[in-house]
Write a protein that binds this ligand. Structure first.
Ligand code: ADP
Ligand code: MG
Length: 437
């Protein structure tokens, strides 16, 4: 019965996309869902109140005209917030805040590479499966590598595919804010009930939970309660569970019980893939050969910066109205390129790690296998893998000509140890920050 309406809606979308451009279209129109005909009007669902209001105030007139053009029996447009169930105050708080779910963060525009394939597969698993397989799913990695993107993608996916499953996404900061507000308003009980009524709870950036805070305790109770009842919990942080120094030991260790998926630094292929996919969405953008490769080669810090650089180039090209040449790109992006050139080297890593463990720099290259030397050397190999874009054989060569399998072994070993040895995890998080400063 919706067959005809589907076509009508598709045609309206196509026309509107051409009129308002991809950016606005993807933000506001694409997330709308066609529900059907409601008393002569075309009924659409928006994913949040904010989006409903925005669409109503900016596009409803145009939508109405386009609808009537496509099918003259359509006399109006009705936009409502999706789902039938009542909203809880927490959800309402979510809905009112447009920053909560970014309409651009979806699975279909997340580019998968070696560095993020585990995190991606696990996130998709959570979104697609109603059965809980690993709890919690703990995503960690440096800034700008896609943690929030994956969490929002889980939420969008569930809202669209299984709207009966209740999913709640909160940043740790928002969680703290809501909890403190609930305490102030003597409403803590209903806050707790709301949190515990969800099927999937996601808390982003838990490294922001501050030390010895009652919100940490509250989070932990909620977490335990949900896990006990087989509800899915997804957590993200900029470091592994055992590296979360401000979080109490028993909470920390519990966070590592499910699946811990580390998002590594990007490699060249992934950066290239991301740039190409972004460029595909910009109409009529022309870049000289080599510009994209140069960006992928030199902007290695994180995806956010890579996107930022590309956006700047696109804006610049639009402004000057001619194709971007390599010289132009280098000129426009001078500051970003220079900052990225200061990237971390294996030499620096070796130096820092040797200092930290008080061993000789030469021991990084030596064949000695005593534990007090071998372990720091493994730490340095691990850091070289996660903080630089060097390949395993290249790293091996830098460590006294070792084989790449030795490097793989070191990386795996340190990854595993970090889960159980909190002092090692702290060493690593400290070294990471020193090197990245
Ligand atoms: P984090 O939460 O880890 O700091 P975000 O999820 O905010 O990082 O990602 C930063 C930006 O990079 C976002 O615009 C996001 O869409 C983009 N991004 C990160 N990883 C990818 C990827 N694999 N494919 C496409 N875009 C990505
Ligand atoms: Mg984030």
């Amino acid at each position: 019965m919706n067959g005809n309406l589907d076509t009508v809606w598709a045609r309206i979308q196509a026309r509107l996309s051409a009129e308002i451009g991809d950016g606005a279209y993807n933000s506001w129109i694409r997330p709308l869902r066609l529900i059907g005909r409601e008393r002569g009007s075309l009924r659409l669902d928006a994913p949040s109140k904010f989006m409903r209001d925005w669409v109503a105030s900016h596009y409803s007139e145009r939508l109405r005209v386009l609808a009537a053009t496509e099918d003259e029996s359509l006399t109006g447009i009705v936009v409502k917030v999706g789902g039938k169930r009542e909203e809880t105050p927490v959800e309402a708080a979510n809905e009112a805040d447009v920053s909560v779910l970014d309409p651009r963060f979806r699975f279909d525009n997340f580019i998968v590479g070696k560095s993020n394939e585990l995190a991606y597969a696990a996130a998709l698993g959570v979104a697609e499966n109603t059965k809980v397989k690993y709890n919690p799913l703990f995503l960690h990695g440096g800034v700008g590598l896609g943690k929030t993107h994956l969490m929002h993608a889980i939420a969008w996916h569930i809202r669209e595919q299984t709207p009966d499953r209740r999913v709640l996404y909160l940043s740790a900061e928002k969680f703290m804010l809501l909890f403190i507000r609930a305490l102030r308003d003597k409403d803590a009980l209903s806050f707790k009930e709301q949190l515990r009524s969800v099927d999937v709870l996601m808390i982003d950036d838990v490294q922001f939970f501050s030390r010895k805070d009652s919100t940490q305790e509250e989070f932990f109770h909620t977490f335990n309660d949900l896990v006990d009842r087989n509800k899915q919990v997804v957590i993200s942080a900029d470091r592994s569970p055992s590296g979360l120094e401000d979080i109490e030991e028993r909470i920390r260790s519990r966070l590592g019980w499910g699946l811990v998926a580390d998002i590594h630094q990007t490699d060249y292929e992934l950066r290239l893939g991301i740039l190409q996919s972004k460029l595909d969405n910009v109409d009529g953008m022309e870049m000289a050969d080599g510009v994209v490769a140069m960006l992928a080669d030199r902007i290695t810090s994180n995806v956010r910066e890579l996107e930022g650089a590309l956006n700047r180039l696109v804006a610049f090209a639009e402004l000057v109205g001619r194709p971007v040449t390599l010289e132009m790109a280098q000129d426009v992006l001078q500051d970003v390129l220079r900052a990225n050139d200061k990237r971390i080297t294996i030499d620096e890593i070796q130096k820092r790690v040797a200092q930290h463990y008080n061993i000789k720099l030469a021991d990084m290259h030596s064949p000695r296998r005593a534990r007090n030397i071998a372990r720091p050397r493994q730490v340095a190999m691990y850091l070289s893998k996660v903080l630089t874009s060097r390949s395993l054989p290249e790293i091996g060569r830098k460590f006294g000509g070792r084989d790449h399998t030795t490097v793989i072994h070191a990386v795996k070993r340190i990854e595993a140890l970090q889960q159980t040895d909190s002092s090692l995890a702290e060493d690593i998080s400290l070294l990471r920050r020193l090197l990245q400063a």
